[in-house]
Design a protein around this ligand. Structure first.
Ligand SMILES: Nc1ncnc2c1ncn2[C@@H]1O[C@H](COP(=O)(O)OP(=O)(O)OP(=O)(O)O)[C@@H](O)[C@H]1O
Length: 249
């Protein structure tokens, strides 16, 4: 099973240090990790550092995979402007770094990804003409179709209506378990994090606040210090933890 460990990780843009000394315990496949932090905390930067797109000290250790490209990434904005249909865009994502010849198995994976995300009816549409939410789901399909061991999703639900937010997060949770995939999703909705994530990794101003089981990390104290909100966490009628925000402080 795949494992990702961050060891004293830092990252910078030019000379500007953004991330400093971020370490985590091993994060295992089969789980969803919520990457949490206020605006400009460094969440997208952490993804770019994990992908090797930025320089910095420390180490990103990935074990338990035989894949040459174990990590797939869905950026925050995929301002898709290419003249491609949804099907072609997802197939192109599948073929990145693979041999050029498209096999039946590749087409099946594209069909599976579109169906899993409920966007198979968009297959023939031009990606340039989609709504923001539709584009976001296509972005998720482009990441998923790469059959990664580790999937990094930067605010995957930010453009989705409530139904699609819940259904995407449920699908991702199920796929993580079925495929033993590690999913790390940057989320601003801490209620979603409590409901769908196994672990939470919280950063603030480029430094680690905490990393561990969601219910131990997302506490009223952390919410007060890191997010400046007064909040309670109470079980709903079905026993699931619910976030109740009283006020911004
Ligand atoms: N290309 C860049 N060059 C220089 N600084 C950058 C660059 N991209 C981001 N930054 C800075 O790095 C810091 C962290 O930004 P980052 O996008 O990682 O935060 P974030 O936690 O993802 O924020 P948000 O929740 O607002 O999307 C910010 O101060 C930002 O201005």
């Amino acid at each position: 099973m795949v494992t990702l460990t961050l060891d004293r990780l830092s990252a910078r843009y030019g000379r500007r240090q953004i991330l400093d000394d971020i370490s985590t315990p091993p994060l295992h496949g089969g789980q969803v990790v919520a990457l949490l932090g206020p605006n400009a905390a460094g969440k997208s930067t952490l993804f770019r550092r994990i992908l090797g797109l930025l320089e910095g000290d420390g180490e990103v250790r990935i074990t338990g995979t035989s894949s040459e490209r174990p990590v797939a990434y869905m950026p925050q904005d995929n301002g898709a402007t290419a003249v491609l249909t949804v099907y072609e865009a997802v197939l192109l994502a599948r073929m990145q770094g693979r041999r050029l010849k498209v096999a039946d198995a590749d087409l099946k994976e594209v069909d599976k990804a579109l169906a899993a995300l409920g966007i198979d009816t968009l297959a023939g549409r031009d990606i340039g003409n989609l709504s923001g939410g539709q584009r976001q789901l296509v972005g998720a399909a482009q990441a998923l179709v790469q059959s990664p061991d580790i999937l990094l999703l930067d605010e995957p639900t930010s453009a989705l209506d409530l139904h699609r937010q819940i259904s995407l997060l449920s699908i991702l949770r199920r796929l993580a378990q079925e495929r033993n995939m590690l999913i790390i999703a940057a989320l601003h909705d801490l209620g979603h994090a409590l409901r769908f994530a196994d672990q939470a990794l919280v950063i603030e101003s480029g430094r680690l606040v905490d990393c561990g089981p969601c219910e131990q990390v997302v506490t009223p104290q952390m919410l007060r210090h890191t997010f400046q909100v007064e909040a309670r966490i109470e079980p709903c009628s079905q026993g699931r933890p619910q976030l109740i925000v009283e006020a911004a402080i």
